[in-house]
Design a protein around this ligand. Structure first.
Ligand code: AMP
Length: 467
């Protein structure tokens, strides 16, 4: 999971990219980076571990001069958390440069990297994304966009890419369209971002989505678009709507707030909680779904869990014990709302179960009479290979336990998940054209032949961007 932002043709390109990255911080908190290309065609990069707010000193931003810029916020699995894996990648080849920011996960990167290494390529990171840079460097196409198109033929999996080749920005989205990518305008400049909230922050207007399989090139000759990648069935990631994207964004052309409310309403229809007195969310990602649940159930919506905003997402802790402690650090219940009541706690998803289990004991300690857990997605039973960080199947609690076991394990009076059909029917674009592999186990493409290598990446020094 990562956020990408790019701008062509603005004198403050890097400063606007930094702003855009602030809006995409939720897509990755591990590292952030910005590349800028100045009027003389010189590319410079600043990358840092941690948050956008921590990453860029004023002096560094001053160095990032010029009208072209791309940026990246990154989130990866533990082990790959190292500065050499921060993006954008900036490579110097034959007196020019290739800069690249990637959101997604390539499913055949292990093979592609082996082929390149057997052919003498030397890698400087352990990211899947770096194979694309090597392939672009070797491509012979006549135009920048033809080079990127040539490099992408044979690359499988999920990618939204922002590439800078010399003074051309090239943008590409994989033919399945797993991850969102939008194009906008700011006066004469072109802006690209994972989510529309990043266009809002810089004052750009949304023009359109970059289409699955489309390549867009922007340079001093204007804008060119190609639809040259082999067509494929559309597999937009349903989890972007469920959890990942911000509710003030549109992804895949649809409002995330609207989809989350619809998920919550559908959940209330499928799994009502008779006798419950109050509904609350596990903030922030399930706020909109809980609101939908409360509206549909005619129950009051309360702010019963207060989230400490200075603690990162629970997943960032690499060890299980660290995660347990973080639930408490991150959330505190409001006793005055909960005490003596039968409550509905809504979350968007249960992955390992750590958050729910920890929260249920906090809510009970705050005096809840009954705790009814409602989840605005289906049980997560399979890992994602297309860019969302889900753990191995063995760690997915819904894959390991029956409904009864899970209800007991979580310590709730009742547990209700949304059905896959209910989830898909809540999508603003209609139920077709979504990837739901993490919920159904039905992968729309061949899965990686070496998933463990793809996940941890240690054996061959491969760790994936989990962009
Ligand atoms: P868990 O404690 O492992 O069950 O994680 C569930 C919590 O993490 C829920 O509150 C979700 O909103 C959130 N969540 C779901 N998927 C992810 C993800 N890929 N990365 C970070 N947090 C997630």
């Amino acid at each position: 999971m990562c956020g990408i932002f790019g701008i062509y043709g603005h004198k403050e390109a890097a400063a606007l990219t930094q702003l855009g990255l602030y809006s995409l911080q939720h897509r990755g908190q591990e590292s952030a980076g910005i590349v800028a290309v100045d009027d003389g065609g010189h590319a410079r990069v600043v990358r840092a571990m941690g948050l956008v707010s921590e990453g860029f000193e004023d002096e560094e931003m001053e160095v990032l001069d010029g009208p072209i810029s791309i940026g990246h916020t990154r989130y990866s699995t533990a082990g790959a958390s190292a500065i050499e894996n921060a993006q954008p990648i900036l490579a110097r080849v034959r007196r020019s440069h290739i800069a690249l920011a990637h959101n997604g996960n390539l499913t055949n990167a292990v093979q592609l990297r082996r082929e390149l290494e057997d052919d003498g390529a030397i890698f400087s990171s352990t990211m899947d994304s770096e194979v694309i840079v090597h392939r672009i460097a070797r491509s012979t196409g006549e135009t920048p966009e033809a080079r990127v198109a040539e490099a992408l033929r044979g690359v499988e999996g999920a990618y939204c890419l922002l590439v800078v080749l010399d003074e051309t920005v090239i943008v590409a989205r994989d033919p399945h369209g797993w991850r969102p990518l939008v194009m906008g305008r700011l006066a004469d400049s072109y802006v690209f971002a994972s989510e529309t909230c990043a266009l809002d922050i810089v004052g750009a207007t949304v023009e359109r989505e970059v289409q699955p399989g489309e390549i867009v090139a922007v340079d001093r000759h204007g804008v060119r678009t190609l639809q040259v990648l082999p067509p494929a069935p559309i597999n937009r990631c349903v989890f972007e709507h469920v959890y990942f994207a911000r509710p003030d964004s549109k992804v895949f052309g649809g409002s995330v707030d609207r989809s989350r409310r619809a998920l919550g309403r559908q959940l209330a229809r499928e799994c009502p909680a008779p006798g419950a007195e109050v509904v609350f969310a596990v903030p922030d990602s399930s706020n909109s779904a809980a609101l939908g649940f409360a509206e549909e159930s005619n129950l009051p919506y309360e702010l019963a869990l207060i989230r400490n905003h200075y603690v990162g997402r629970t997943f960032i802790q690499p060890t299980q014990s660290g995660r347990d402690a973080k639930v408490k650090v991150k959330y505190n219940p409001v006793r005055e709302i909960i005490e003596g009541k039968s409550v509905v706690m809504v979350d968007d998803s249960i992955v390992r179960g750590t958050t729910t289990r920890g929260l249920v004991s906090l809510v009970r300690a705050a005096g809840a009479r009954e705790v009814h857990m409602r989840v605005s997605s289906a049980p997560i039973i399979s890992p994602c290979y297309y860019g969302i960080d889900t753990p191995r199947r063995e760690e997915l609690i819904a894959a390991r336990m029956t409904h009864e076991e899970l209800t007991k394990h979580l310590g709730v009076d009742s547990l209700g998940y949304l059905s896959i059909d209910g989830m898909l029917s809540s999508m603003p674009e209609g139920p077709q054209g979504y990837c739901h592999a993490c919920f159904s186990g039905r992968y729309p493409t061949a899965t990686p032949s070496e998933p463990e290598l793809l996940r941890a990446g240690s054996a061959a020094g491969l760790a994936f961007s989990r962009a």
